[in-house]
Design a protein around this ligand. Structure first.
Ligand code: GLN
Length: 490
């Protein structure tokens, strides 16, 4: 295996442009590495022939001195994005062998800029989960292991396949999606970078819906710069998504190296939770020191409704899911289990097609939307959501960006939390707030736990101020000098 798979996206793009290697060569390397790494279970569909065809077209364009922003770069795609002619199931049995006849806007944007598709990446069923254990294909495995311990660890969820693939050098970068933390938490668990942009920056058209007012596309990549390169291509205004924003897109890549001198960084006291691990606390303090040393001003802020964010999220997200997933009735596409009559067919299809976690959410969602409980749960959760947004708006009066840990712990082992849904949901405690408020958030690897696992710090920006995330994220990356890599065991 050559080293081409170990390149950053930025370096690979430079190498391709300078004709140091061809897209065919780097694509071939990835195809071989993916084949040799199937034990990681990162890909649920491999598309080597398509990849080589796309690589050849990219090479032809590069030879003429043409080509887009991602020309020739092999990328992995979360199985949540509809890809024309390539099976897309959101890792749910209910979608059977569904093969879309159209392409999602986000992935179309990638191909328009010359990217090469390596295949579809594992994820939690319908993106519901924090460990990728709810996938119909079984979980992907985190390339990282605890020191002196061979226990398999989760790469996080729901974009666990994307995170495992990027961290295991099975693609240059990957698309992911984030409804409550599904880009940032897997990035933190695998020593990679993930950014969820402002709600509306990326089109949701052709993305399998989970909770439409929270879902947002974004990349998982090896570096902050790489995440800026990919995010730039993924985002666009799209008339086919009524929540897509028509706004200017700054040069995010240029922000990464600008530094934080003069920036005011808010530290929310409510994120210092009882029982938080000392390691996470220490990492957060280190982050504060790094930013201070780089010329930022640190300000204490308060986000008083933080403690209500998780309960509000676990009402709003299931409520929207119960409505979105009503379409899976076995009639138009996907799997069908026949019953004696129409109702029995619906019931058998849904009982057989949805996994247990998805069923749990659909029941919670249906319950909180039912008459009599709507006001007590759904409406109240919506009010809390507004309060959370107001907390951020107030806090941003005194700061330009907010620094927090990404997750309360490092990667955990399979089975460790899957028996207790509430314990699993607690993973999202630092990430759901930005989804509820629609704000951008980036996770950057900042250190290792005592047993040698990556830990991430999160930077939250104002609405449409991804630039602040990239500036602060870039500074954290430089200061942390995070170069650790998982030891290859697979
Ligand atoms: N872990 C969260 C959940 O299970 C977030 C998932 C996501 O962001 N898609 O809902």
């Amino acid at each position: 295996m050559t080293d081409l798979t170990k390149l950053t996206l930025a370096d690979a793009l430079d190498g391709l442009k300078a004709k140091k290697f061809s897209s065919r060569e780097i694509t071939q390397d990835f195809i071989q590495t993916i084949e040799a790494s199937r034990v990681l279970n990162a890909y649920v569909v491999e598309t080597p022939e398509k990849a080589l065809e796309m690589a050849e077209q990219a090479d032809a364009r590069l030879a003429k001195g043409e080509g887009g922003k991602l020309e020739g770069a092999p990328i992995g795609v979360k199985d949540l994005y509809c890809t024309k002619g390539v099976r897309t199931t959101a890792c749910s049995n209910i979608l059977g062998e569904f093969t879309p006849t159209y392409e999602s806007t986000v992935t179309q944007n990638l191909w328009n800029e010359g990217a090469v598709m390596l295949g579809k990446l594992n994820m939690d069923e319908f993106a519901m989960g924090s460990s990728n254990e709810t996938s119909r294909f079984g979980p992907p495995i985190n390339p990282w292991r605890r020191q002196g311990d061979n226990a398999g660890l989760t790469p996080g969820g729901s974009s666990g396949g994307s995170a495992a693939a990027v961290s295991g050098d099975l693609c240059l970068a990957a698309t992911a999606s984030d409804t409550g933390g599904s880009i940032r938490q897997p990035a933190a668990f695998t020593g990679t970078v993930g950014i969820k942009p402002t709600y509306g920056r990326a089109s949701r058209w052709g993305m399998v819906a989970f909770a439409s007012s929270l879902d947002q596309a974004g990349p998982i990549a090896k570096t902050v710069e790489d995440s800026a390169i990919l995010l730039d291509v993924m985002c666009s205004h799209d008339p086919k998504d009524s929540t897509s924003l028509q706004v200017e897109q700054p040069d995010w890549r240029a922000e990464v190296s600008k530094g934080v001198k003069g920036m005011r960084i808010g530290i929310p006291k409510e994120y210092r939770m009882d029982g938080m691990s000392e390691e996470i606390d220490a990492l957060w303090n280190k982050g504060i020191e790094w930013l201070k040393a780089a010329g930022a001003e640190i300000v204490d802020i308060s986000l008083p409704h933080t403690k209500y964010a998780l309960p509000a999220y676990y009402i709003v997200a299931p409520a929207e899911a119960s409505s979105n997933l009503a379409r899976y009735d076995g009639m138009r596409y996907g799997a069908r289990v026949d019953g004696d009559n129409l109702t029995a067919t619906y019931e058998a299809t849904r009982a057989g097609g949805f996994g247990r976690e998805v069923q749990r959410r659909l029941m919670i969602g249906t319950y909180v939307l039912s008459s009599g409980y709507y006001d007590a749960y759904y409406l109240r959760a919506q009010k809390v959501r507004t309060k959370i947004l107001h907390d951020f708006v107030d806090a941003f009066e005194t700061c330009d960006a907010i620094l927090t840990p990404t997750c309360p712990s490092a990667a955990f082992a399979f089975g460790e939390k899957s028996g207790d849904p509430v314990e699993m949901y607690l993973n999202d405690v630092f990430t759901v707030t930005t989804n509820l408020a629609g704000l951008p958030g980036i996770s950057v690897p900042a250190g290792l736990s005592s047993d040698g696992l990556p830990l991430g710090l999160q930077v939250i920006g104002k609405a449409l101020d991804e630039s602040a995330c990239f500036r602060v994220g870039g500074e954290l990356e430089r200061a942390a000098g995070f170069v650790a890599r998982p030891e290859k065991w697979w």
